[in-house]
Design a protein around this ligand. Structure first.
Ligand code: PD2
Ligand code: ZN
Length: 280
């Protein structure tokens, strides 16, 4: 198929399939089977079936994106209760590497709290309400409630100040532990607009618009956070963090990223995902 265009006829066909009871994943499979490009097919599905549920900001959403104040190019930023270093900043896509976001004691404290609750990591549900263990992520993980402890609350307030994004727009912290050989294959952190479970997920705070991956230890070898589209590898160093934002749920954001295999030792991270609106 040469130039692929989302026509009214295509949208009408998608609507007809949906009304006949076919889930969006089946409609997508049929489109791929007849030669549609996956990205265009997903856009057509989102536009036709899920525009209001998948793309529109929820009521009370904060406009714009989380963004540290890099206007003065200061090598150290005031994050409220802590001076945080700016080690690297890329404008497009927006990627910032921070140094010393957490103290060693804070990293150790989070790992100690998380250890008790680690279970095989789960990812976003594939069924409407269920979840499944994902082979693409071979780490163990757990979630904290937002503001669950004083330490977590302090860190969340620091992140809100640093990224100029309301604390209540953040999901609870996720902690992952990678053992040697474990990895997280490249993925996007936004919710796929073409996925059947996405409209439900977006009812709580809308889309994800930013990610902060914080390194809680320094693995002996391997475990970089990789950005294949832009050729960037961020070395995991205890207390440091990498932030990136995405203004729409689309690969054009160039925010494909993954966790490279850990070669020696363990790797621990805490991830904070930021939503468009209040996440409750
Ligand atoms: O641990 C990482 O480096 C990593 C890589 C990709 C974490 C995440 N994604 C994540 O938590 O989303
Ligand atoms: Zn990720």
């Amino acid at each position: 198929m040469s130039q692929q265009v989302i026509t009214p006829e295509l949208c009408a066909w998608i609507t007809e399939q949906s009304r006949a009871g076919h889930p969006s994943e089946s409609i997508l499979a049929a489109m791929l089977g007849s030669g549609w490009d996956e990205s265009i097919a997903r856009q057509a599905l989102a536009r036709t079936l899920g525009q209001s549920a998948t793309m529109t900001a929820p009521p009370g959403a904060t406009p714009g994106l989380p963004e540290p104040d890099l206007s003065r190019l200061a090598p150290v930023m005031n994050a409220g209760d802590r001076a945080v270093k700016v080690l690297m900043a890329l404008r497009q896509p927006r990627v910032v590497v921070f140094g010393d976001l957490l103290s060693d004691d804070e990293c150790d404290g989070i790992m100690a709290l998380a250890t008790k609750r680690l279970a095989r990591s789960e990812t976003v549900a594939t069924a409407a309400d269920g979840s499944e263990v994902n082979a693409a992520r071979t780490s163990d993980g757990m979630f904290f409630e937002r503001c669950e402890t004083e330490l977590i609350r302090t860190l969340e307030a620091r992140i809100a100040t640093l990224l100029r994004w309301p604390l209540d727009h953040g999901e609870g912290l996720q902690v992952l532990r990678y053992r040697p050989g474990a990895e997280y294959q490249p993925h996007y952190d936004y919710f796929d607009p073409g996925h059947v479970s996405t409209p439900n997920i977006l009812k709580r705070g809308g889309q994800r618009v930013g990610t902060l991956v914080m390194y809680l230890n320094t693995p002996a070898a391997g475990g970089a956070t990789i950005f294949p589209d832009i050729g960037l590898d961020v070395a995991p160093v205890k207390g440091n963090a990498v932030f990136f934002s995405y203004d729409r749920p689309h690969p054009a954001t160039q925010t494909l990223h993954g966790g490279a295999p850990v070669l020696e030792g363990e790797k621990w991270v805490a991830t904070k995902w930021l939503r468009q609106g209040v996440f409750n």
